[in-house]
Ligand binder design. Structure first.
Ligand code: ZN
Ligand code: ZN
Length: 125
């Protein structure tokens, strides 16, 4: 089951990702458009996972939730890739649900309250 995704036809929450995917659909998936299938009525539909408006917002890569907070950079070991992304302007994000820390260029769904406490200076990286 995918959180917040419902079948457009019968409103069922019993959704799974479709296995029959074209190359074009795989490209779409990279941009957040998933091809999904309803287990109840077999309806096949697109982009339910992210929703068109939500493409621009940060989302936890593990559980797809948008309920995110920030994390203090100096308190965590930051992988090289993430460090590079932060230098390029990405923001530290933390998933409130599964506590996964990641970096993202996308906006927070609820405004963008940046956590800028002491020790959170990107300039010294
Ligand atoms: Zn359905
Ligand atoms: Zn998560």
């Amino acid at each position: 089951m995918l959180p917040g995704v419902h079948c457009p036809k019968c409103q069922s929450a019993r959704i799974r990702t479709s296995s029959r995917r074209s190359a074009w659909e795989k490209v779409g998936e990279l941009f957040g458009f998933a091809v999904l299938r309803c287990r109840d009525c077999d309806e096949r539909f697109r982009s339910g996972l992210f929703g068109i408006r939500d493409v621009f917002y940060s989302r936890c890569p593990l559980c797809y939730r948008t309920n995110l907070s920030s994390w203090i950079l100096s308190r965590y070991h930051i992988p090289r890739v993430s460090r590079l992304l932060l230098r390029l302007g990405a923001k530290p994000r933390r998933c409130a649900a599964c506590r996964h820390n990641f970096v993202s260029f996308r906006l927070l769904k609820k405004g963008d309250p940046e956590l800028r406490g002491p020790g959170c200076s990107l300039g010294s990286l």
